[in-house]
Write a protein that binds this ligand. Structure first.
Ligand code: FE2
Length: 189
């Protein structure tokens, strides 16, 4: 089995992320991020990519290698891309952090099971959006809620769903590139 990547695996990494969010996010968004993190910390110790053949041990493709990054780490890594350049006065930036931390929670088996059909990227995105909708409840204005849930629901589709979707798709991709780079560097050592 590959070595687990330690970007954010330690409680110190998670604590640092929570501390940073507490500094830059408004109280409501921060409370929802905390709820997402609670879910991730109890059920997110799973590979961040779906493994069709988990026991095959074939880790040659970049996609397969990313299975060694767990869901908690990838969720934080994507959020960190937004946090690096966040303008705390911009509601869209704040909502983008929430979109990033929650975009793949639908990979949690309990949540994935709630959506019918075989596994697909669209299926986990739908499961993430449904779970996020429940977590948000009525805590943020409906228009903001709609924008962020749409961004999460469609984060693997190639039609532009607005600025939060753009931020999320870019952050997800950059986080994957960083994870892949780190995995390759670790293998070379
Ligand atoms: Fe995804």
């Amino acid at each position: 089995m590959p070595t687990q990547i330690n970007i954010c695996q330690t409680s110190a990494g998670v604590d640092e992320f929570i501390r940073r969010c507490a500094c830059v996010l408004n109280t409501t968004i921060f409370a929802i991020v905390q709820d997402v993190m609670e879910m991730l910390l109890s059920e997110g110790h799973i590979p961040s990519v779906h493994q069709l053949y988990p026991s095959s041990g074939k880790l040659s493709s970049p996609y397969s290698r990313l299975a060694s990054v767990n869901l908690i780490a990838h969720s934080i890594n994507a959020s960190a891309i937004i946090l690096e350049n966040i303008d705390r006065r911009m509601p869209l930036d704040q909502l983008s952090v929430l979109a990033c931390v929650s975009h793949d929670i639908g990979k949690i088996p309990r949540l994935l099971k709630m959506v019918d059909g075989a596994y697909s990227r669209v299926k986990h995105a739908r499961a993430s959006a449904n779970a996020l909708q429940d977590l948000i409840g009525g805590r943020i204005p409906p228009r903001q809620s709609e924008l962020i849930i749409d961004a999460v629901r469609h984060h693997h589709e190639y039609r532009n769903f607005g600025p939060i979707w753009e931020n999320l798709v870019k952050a997800d991709q950059l986080a994957r590139e960083k994870e892949e780079f780190l995995l390759m560097s670790t293998r070379r050592q």
